[in-house]
Design a protein around this ligand. Structure first.
Ligand SMILES: *Cc1c(COP(=O)(O)O)cnc(C)c1O
Length: 351
């Protein structure tokens, strides 16, 4: 049967998403979802949906939604592309901007989807190792057709210096996609770089800060010619009608998003302080998760112990550089108190 499948597809390993268990008793801190409700306007728009509209194809240009995004970032509609989650946006970037003999760059460690997307298109991967503390480190003379830069980075939760980023995009010949999935949780963002530099796209998602992972909406902003190229190759109806409607009202309601983000940032500080008291190394998170090194009992033991207590966090066992760390999504304050109680019990060896 294998001779029916493309060789590159046989050889590659697919992306492994975090677990999505059905068990309601589980505290889920493993996929960086938002624990709070999205904008109440989402409920309203859903109750107003005319089901007759579902028999028609949605607007292939997603115009009303893109107008709202353009307004938010102070750019033109022509500068905005929307996709079925930012994962689709990233995949389309490779298809639009990388030749078959081209290459895709990204830092390591970073979002583990990037190499998978390169493998799917069967183009060369050119990873760049971050420094020992997961800070910026770029090789002199480095080149690639396209570079994915998660900023803040995942799974490390850290940002880079503005000067490093600006120098890099100025010197880089290809397209730089700054993946700002977590920008709403950070002190700083790079959206203006997408409007100032012809080779920079900045992508965002409604999955994290807007509590809408289930609707699948991501977008990117940048030079109108690059955006136009992405439109040319996308599926005609890549963003469905319900998603266009929900995303539009959710983005218009910035207050709900900011209030939820603020609650998460406060909880993040509380959990971070407590874990440091327990002697863990905790990165200075600019995201809705913590990147922790549980000194003493170790990442694997803690991961398994938490699992037994029905608390899921993310552990990257197969990567030697990060197997001493855990990535812990910030849930509600009560969820995080349960998490901290469980951690304390495991650290004290009482269970
Ligand atoms: C969650 C995440 C995404 C995916 O966003 P979707 O819009 O849900 O596809 C992209 N990049 C990074 C770094 C992420 O953590």
């Amino acid at each position: 049967m294998n001779d029916l499948i493309r060789k590159s597809v046989l050889a590659m390993t697919g992306y492994v998403p975090g677990e999505q268990p059905d068990d309601a008793g589980i505290i889920k801190l493993n996929t960086n979802e938002n624990p709070y409700l999205p904008s109440p306007d989402v409920q309203d728009i859903l109750s107003m949906v005319d089901i007759a509209a579902l028999s028609r194809y949605p607007d292939p240009g997603c115009l009303e939604l893109r107008k709202v995004i353009a307004e938010l970032h102070g750019c033109k509609v022509e500068n905005v592309f929307v996709g079925n989650g930012s994962d689709e946006v990233l995949a389309l970037c490779i298809r639009a901007f990388v030749e078959r003999d081209g290459s895709v760059g990204y830092f390591e460690p970073s979002y583990s989807l990037y190499p998978v997307l390169a493998d799917i298109e069967d183009v060369e991967k050119k990873p760049v190792e971050l420094d020992a503390r997961f800070g910026w480190k770029m090789e002199n003379g480095y080149s690639a057709s396209l570079f994915f830069m998660a900023h803040p980075n995942a799974p490390t939760s850290l940002t880079y210096g503005r000067d490093d980023i600006v120098d890099f995009v100025r010197g880089f010949k290809g397209v730089v996609v700054i993946d700002e999935a977590y920008a709403d949780f950070a002190q700083d963002h790079c959206m203006e770089l997408a409007l100032e530099h012809d080779n920079v796209l900045v992508s965002r998602t409604l999955s994290k800060s807007y509590s809408l992972a289930g609707i699948r909406l991501g977008y990117c902003v940048g030079n109108a010619d690059l955006i136009g190229a992405m439109f040319k190759i996308k599926d005609s109806y890549n963003v469905n009608y319900l998603t266009q409607e929900i995303a539009r009202v959710a983005i218009l309601d910035q207050n709900t998003m900011h209030a939820n983000v603020q609650a998460i940032i406060e909880t993040r500080k509380m959990v971070s302080d407590k874990l440091q008291e327990l002697g863990f190394e905790v990165s200075d998170s600019q995201t809705n998760f913590l990147w922790i090194k549980p000194l003493g009992l170790g990442a694997k033991t803690l991961f398994e112990g938490l699992r037994r207590k029905k608390i899921l966090v993310r552990y990257f066992e197969s990567d030697p550089r990060i197997r001493d760390y855990l990535r812990v999504t910030i849930g509600t304050a009560p969820e995080m108190f349960s998490f901290l109680d469980a951690v304390e019990e495991l650290v004290n060896g009482s269970e």
